[in-house]
Design a binder for this molecule. Structure first.
Ligand SMILES: NC(=O)c1ccc[n+]([C@@H]2O[C@H](COP(=O)([O-])OP(=O)(O)OC[C@H]3O[C@@H](n4cnc5c(N)ncnc54)[C@H](OP(=O)(O)O)[C@@H]3O)[C@@H](O)[C@H]2O)c1
Length: 154
């Protein structure tokens, strides 16, 4: 979705992208060694490689091989899709130095997805994403935030 917006974003004096992610997408929780290695790659990571990981995941899912191939088995699609989005965040940050592009886990929040459980209200959880949308000119990019703090490992 970001790709078609890039030309518009580049017209802005302060373009920002905020990808709402989750701690569940942290790469170490993916557990498939090949996927971890591919998504952890720094300069060598490309959108094509991220797609390759997703296609392999989908193939193994359809063949019922998630456990056997070392993918997460609990809310697997959610975890892998967030890990892919985190990787895309880093790719975009490297490619577009004028855009602050970051991802953020808002924290465990009372919304539909959690059946209204969790300690945070949607108002609390929105503070982090809003902070990232309003980052100053020399703000961080390509980072993973948990609420308002940068986590050093994705
Ligand atoms: N709540 C948490 O504890 C928590 C923790 C970590 C990360 N997050 C992340 O925070 C983000 C917001 O989640 P939430 O907690 O606000 O969950 P939510 O209350 O379930 O809201 C999800 C929203 O996504 C929309 N949506 C779902 N599938 C869509 C699709 N295919 N196309 C367009 N819109 C779609 C839904 O639209 P409809 O209302 O029309 O269905 C809904 O507005 C998500 O990315 C979630 O992964 C949440």
């Amino acid at each position: 979705m970001i790709d078609p917006f890039i030309p518009l974003l580049l017209l802005s004096p302060s373009p920002r992208v905020v990808n709402v992610s989750s701690l569940l997408g942290k790469i170490k929780l993916v557990s498939n060694e090949w996927a971890i290695k591919t998504l952890s790659d720094g300069v060598g990571l490309t959108a094509e490689k991220v797609d390759e990981v997703l296609n392999e995941f989908l193939k193994d899912f359809k063949e019922g091989l998630l456990k056997e191939k070392g993918w997460p088995t609990n809310i697997a699609a959610y975890r892998v899709s967030k890990a892919a989005m985190n990787a895309h965040t880093r790719i975009l940050a490297q490619k577009y130095s004028s855009i602050c592009v970051n991802c953020i886990c808002p924290g465990y929040t009372k919304t539909d997805i959690t059946c209204n459980t969790g300690p945070l209200t949607p108002q609390d959880a929105a503070e982090g994403p809003i902070l990232l949308a309003l980052l100053p000119e020399d703000g961080p990019s390509g980072q993973f935030f948990y609420q308002k703090n940068i986590l050093t490992t994705f």
